[in-house]
Design a protein around this ligand. Structure first.
Ligand code: NAP
Length: 321
């Protein structure tokens, strides 16, 4: 099968299209013919081994897993003898968690992995754009116990996590404000934001507004400054926190009535199914900036690395998807 393989950490050019053996499902696995995947900000970090800690989990000197890609949408081609949840021909989408391997024509995943039947009302290209940002935003918003009528501010509202956070907040009945650049105002309004703040013209930490939940997806403003805009018992989500922000967050958690949520999210089938239902009831739309064929995976990585994408970057694995 065709796959984008990398043998060394480095620039987008380390990704090379190669022929590799097609995987064979174990007893509890399903073999999926992948129609679409996506390049996410996390993939860039793995490709570059940035931060350095990536090497402790994915290979100290070179990547242990040669095929990147954590999201997929496709068709079940065959199933292992113990599989009960899925059958040949099912259209599924999901996340590989730490095992990766979705930049390929086929993948084997355990039937109880982080996957569900694809929403009937969207194509594979769109479905592949859901599990990264969608599950990340859902994981943190559920942990934050967001309630109806509460005010949430999403910093980085135009990214994969941000576009999902705005839409999930609206589905919870919250009042959502998105922080984005001038070029992304219309996009952020179109996905349901009640208010939009253009960070190139206005500093949200100085406008006097306070929020019950601040979801910072980009880590461009110091935690201390953001705290000015958080209610006294508010929750702050730092999905992009580095070590310094983590220590600051721990300090806030132990010394104040505020809560800071951070760390690596966990994927599960329940969250994928929850997102499927939201999509099928038109409460959640995948946001896709560009679609590349797998042959241009390096170009897709270079674009994601700019940090300016709008929503998601889909990768087409079959010309007829
Ligand atoms: N904790 C976890 O387990 C977990 C899971 C998934 C993702 N993450 C992290 O979450 C972060 C966000 O990921 P993502 O995939 O959503 O990123 P992304 O899609 O690359 O989005 C970044 C977006 O933020 C905008 N932006 C840049 N500077 C900004 C600023 N100062 N204020 C407001 N918006 C700004 C960019 O557009 P403009 O430049 O045009 O403004 C872009 O649309 C990443 O650091 C990722 O590693 C963490």
């Amino acid at each position: 099968m065709k796959a984008a393989v990398y043998d060394h950490y480095g620039s987008p050019q380390v990704l090379q299209l190669k022929e590799v053996p097609k995987p064979i499902p174990k007893k509890n696995e399903i073999l999926i013919s992948i129609k679409a995947t996506a390049v996410n900000s996390g993939d860039v970090r793995l490709r570059k081994a940035d931060p350095f800690a990536v090497r402790f989990f994915f290979g100290l000197f070179k990547p242990k897993i040669k095929i990147l890609g954590s999201v997929f949408s496709g068709e079940v081609e065959s199933v292992g003898i113990n599989v009960k949840l899925f059958k040949e021909g099912d259209q599924v989408f999901g996340h590989t968690t730490m095992s990766l391997g979705a930049y390929a024509e086929y993948i084997c995943v355990p039937e109880d992995g982080s996957l569900a039947l694809k929403p009937a009302n969207i194509e594979h290209i769109q479905a592949a754009a859901i599990p990264f940002g969608g599950v990340t935003a859902l994981y943190f918003i559920k942990k934050a116990l967001l309630k109806e009528h509460q005010k949430i501010l999403v910093v980085g509202a135009s990214g994969a996590v941000g576009t999902a956070a705005i839409q999930l907040a609206k589905s919870y009945g919250a009042i959502a404000t998105g922080v984005c650049s001038t070029a992304n105002i219309d996009l952020v309004k179109s996905i349901g934001a009640d208010h939009v703040i253009d960070y190139t013209k206005e500093d949200f930490t100085r406008n006097g507004e306070v929020y019950d939940l601040i979801f910072d997806t980009v880590n461009t403003i110091s935690v201390s400054r953001s705290l000015r805009s958080l209610t006294k018992k508010g929750v702050m989500i730092l999905s992009a926190a580095g070590m310094a922000q983590m220590f600051r967050g721990m300090w806030i958690n132990t010394t104040t009535n505020r809560t800071v949520l951070m760390g690596v999210i966990r994927h599960n089938a329940e969250d994928i199914s929850f997102l499927k239902k939201l999509i099928e009831t038109d409460k959640f739309k995948p946001v896709i900036d560009r679609t590349y064929p797998i042959e241009q995976i390096a170009e897709a990585h270079a674009y994601v690395e700019t940090g300016h994408k709008k929503g998601n970057i889909a990768i087409n694995l079959r010309s007829n998807t």
